[in-house]
Design a protein around this ligand. Structure first.
Ligand code: MN
Length: 285
């Protein structure tokens, strides 16, 4: 199932280039009061809502995917976990390019571990990226986004994939500079997730997905998730050994070689095997 949030917070199922409106299924969500349970209420209750979502998706109230504004398929993640330098060729290019490293020694993910991006940075494909600090390099990083489906704490590798709700295309937008990664990658709109969530049952082998990003007509990154250094199971095992992952938490799994700058007026076209493609416009904030 391909699930999206679009326009004015409608819930949709994407099929054959159409978005079917299944917003009415949200009526089945539990009524909650302060303090809200951590995580995303829809992702936490997805199994419960699924039959109703599928029933409504058989209706004929639909719009073309080209006519809707895609928001992030996850509305309320408690956090966005991200993997630094998780492809060898990106480590290599980071060591060679001072515009990426800023004179800092580039080590490995074993050394750094994972970092957090602010959840306030999150947008969907239709919202675009609004650049700040335009005197500095603002880079695209195309990545596989993993959405956690249920509360995960100290999850062993062998069980890790059971905790995945699904996958989306992710852009870990980055201002280059000397500051900590969590700061340079947490600006508003610098975490793009979309265009929809593909549930994990539709992607049996997320560790072998080809993907690419073009900026306008120029191919920048083209890689396969089989080259991840920390694979998805390891990222879940590792991050959940430090903190609890809640339903809807997002893991941005790391970017391959070919990162590069974008400027206002550019459009990023990201394509992912098994997920689809999303176009993300760039503007100045
Ligand atoms: Mn990244």
């Amino acid at each position: 199932m391909r699930l999206c949030r679009y326009d004015d917070n409608r819930l949709g199922v994407v099929r054959d280039g159409q978005v079917f409106d299944v917003t009415a299924a949200l009526e089945l969500l539990p009524a909650v009061r302060w303090p809200l349970p951590p995580g995303d209420l829809l992702i936490a209750n997805l199994a419960k809502l699924k039959p109703e979502i599928e029933r409504l998706a058989r209706g004929n109230r639909s719009k073309s995917v080209t006519e809707v504004k895609f928001l992030s398929p996850v509305a309320n993640p408690s956090k966005i976990v991200a993997a630094p330098v998780n492809y060898q060729k990106h480590i290599d290019e980071s060591r060679l390019d001072k515009g990426i490293s800023f004179g800092q020694d580039i080590k490995t993910i074993d050394y750094y571990g994972v970092f957090l991006k602010s959840s306030s940075a999150l947008v969907g494909a239709g919202e675009g990226v609004a650049l700040r600090f335009t005197d500095r390099r603002n880079d695209h990083e195309a990545e596989l986004g993993v959405v956690i489906g249920k509360t995960a704490n100290n999850v062993p590798r062998a069980k890790a994939m059971e905790y995945v709700a699904g996958y989306s295309i992710a852009l870990d937008m980055t201002v280059r500079g000397t500051e900590d990664r969590s700061l340079r990658k947490s600006l508003d709109t610098y975490a793009v997730l979309g265009p929809w969530l593909v549930t994990s049952d539709e992607i049996p082998n997320p560790g072998n997905l080809e993907f690419s990003i073009k900026v306008n007509d120029e191919l920048r990154q083209h890689a396969n998730t089989r080259d991840l250094i920390f694979d998805i199971a390891k990222l879940i095992e590792y991050s959940s050994s430090f903190y609890t992952l809640h339903p809807g938490d997002i893991i941005m799994t790391g970017t391959p070689e070919g990162v590069g700058p974008v400027k206002a007026g550019d459009v990023m076209h990201v394509e992912f095997e098994g997920i689809g493609k999303m176009d993300v416009a760039v503007r100045n904030a």
